[in-house]
Design a protein around this ligand. Structure first.
Ligand code: SDX
Length: 385
């Protein structure tokens, strides 16, 4: 359907339309601060560079849930609770084993997470629910990938970090230190990002006083879209299509210019808030370069850098978090259609942190819409229409 014609609407008299809520500040929050001009990102007081350098994903979960870092005992307790919650309820495993092998992983994840609600004790508080769903999402993702490839599902270990266990359950072998650290850093980087579409969705559902599992299920649905979290999968598919069509000596500059000439969006580029290099992409870019050299995928990194330069030269647009995360995950041997699931594995911490924040100071979220249709039409009986 074409855009509505607002020509004869006196917008001064009516509420101004901020399409896509662009620039609207709907909440105050302590979860993150984004400076789109300088390219700075802060999670509850700590700059993303500080966290990338020092934090584990579990420390970031605690930070976002409590607005402070954990002490040693609190971190141990959180690790213990996450480990104790990793196993899936049998009916969820049965669903994962019996669903279509060709199902989209994000669709399976959305359904399985929604099922988890049936096995949570309603009387337990939402922090327990947040820990349980954070612990079980990696297990769901790995179990589905194993099942769809007719491999035995691997039970989570009752030791090791979230990153370690995910790679272990996915590949059937314990990951090396470098792979674990890379995955853990990706989980840190993707954890939280203010009022992005999926977090806004989670807060909107929370604001009706619905439950956390409904909020997370809705957020997964939002993240699935290629304009949001689905972009990382789209980036990898774009690179692999280029290789398939033109081989390793493909021309990424001509490819990019052709897409732009056809008014097509380059996935992994642009951002509603960042008007400079996404600070998260800075870290992912370094990882992508290092891993692509170690795994013989230098050409994918070189193509990526050529696309970055071309997008900057042609459109003044920078890469976002999804651009280099694609080649990082690819070099870790992860299939492209699992990348948005990995985004979910991390962003569950931000969604649940915002759920708590919304609950603490709730007001139903209900914007307006400007009616531009006809008014007072005469009724016409159906036989005369
Ligand atoms: C994430 O919000 C968040 O914080 C999200 C996220 C998070 O951590 O939660 O950061 C994660 O979702 C990152 C974004 C992943 N999506 C993509 O990579 C998809 C490709 N990107 C675009 O669709 C776009 O950049 C958006 C949707 C991300 C943002 O778009 P806006 O703010 O709505 O801007 P727009 O679409 O109005 O574009 C403005 C101009 C347009 O040109 P003109 O029509 O004015 O000539 O920039 C152009 C657009 O065509 N443009 C692009 C482009 N992004 C914007 N042109 C080509 N390729 C692109 N990627």
């Amino acid at each position: 359907m074409a855009e509505h014609n607002l020509q004869n609407i006196d917008l001064d008299k009516y509420p101004h339309i901020n399409k896509g809520l662009d620039g609207i500040v709907a909440f105050s929050t302590t979860k993150s601060f984004i400076d789109g001009k300088s390219g700075d990102l802060i999670f509850s007081g700590y700059h993303i560079d500080t966290l990338a350098e020092n934090a584990t994903f579990e420390e970031v979960c605690f930070l976002l849930w409590n607005d402070r870092l954990p002490n040693e005992q609190e971190l141990d307790d959180l690790h213990q609770k996450l480990r104790s919650e990793r196993k899936l309820p049998e009916p969820v495993l049965t669903y994962i084993k019996t669903t279509r092998k060709t199902a989209e992983p994000m669709a399976v994840l959305r359904t399985a997470v929604s099922m988890l609600a049936d096995f949570q004790d309603d009387s337990s508080d939402t922090m327990d629910h947040a820990i349980a769903v954070t612990a079980q999402i990696p297990t769901i993702i790995a179990a589905f990938d194993r099942a769809r490839n007719d491999k035995d599902i691997i039970e989570p270990l009752d030791e090791g970090s979230t990153a370690f266990n995910f790679l272990y359950m996915l590949n059937g072998e314990e990951p090396g230190e470098a792979a674990e650290r890379t995955m853990d850093l990706c989980l840190v980087i993707h954890a939280e990002h203010g009022m992005n579409a999926s977090t806004f969705t989670a807060r909107t559902i929370c604001a009706t006083q619905s439950d956390m599992f409904s909020a997370v299920t809705g957020a997964i649905g939002a993240l699935k879209g290629p304009l949001h979290g689905g972009a990382n999968t789209a980036v990898m598919n774009m690179l692999l299509d280029l290789e398939e069509k033109e081989g390793k000596d493909a021309d990424p500059v001509a490819f990019t210019k052709e897409k732009l000439s056809k008014k097509e969006k380059m996935m992994g580029f642009g951002h509603r808030v960042y008007k400079t290099f996404d600070p998260r992409a800075v870290h992912l870019r370094k990882m992508s370069k290092k891993l692509s050299e170690e795994t013989g995928h230098e050409y994918l990194y070189e193509w990526s850098e050529a696309m970055v330069k071309t997008m900057k030269d042609e459109k003044g647009i920078d890469p976002n978090v999804d651009f280099f995360s694609a080649t990082v995950y690819y070099s870790l041997g992860i299939k492209p259609d699992l990348y948005t699931c990995i985004f979910t594995m991390s962003r569950i911490s931000g969604w649940t942190a915002h759920f708590f924040e919304q609950k603490e100071n709730n007001r139903l979220i209900r914007p307006r819409a400007l009616y531009v249709g006809e008014k007072n039409l005469e009724w016409v009986p159906v036989e005369d229409r």
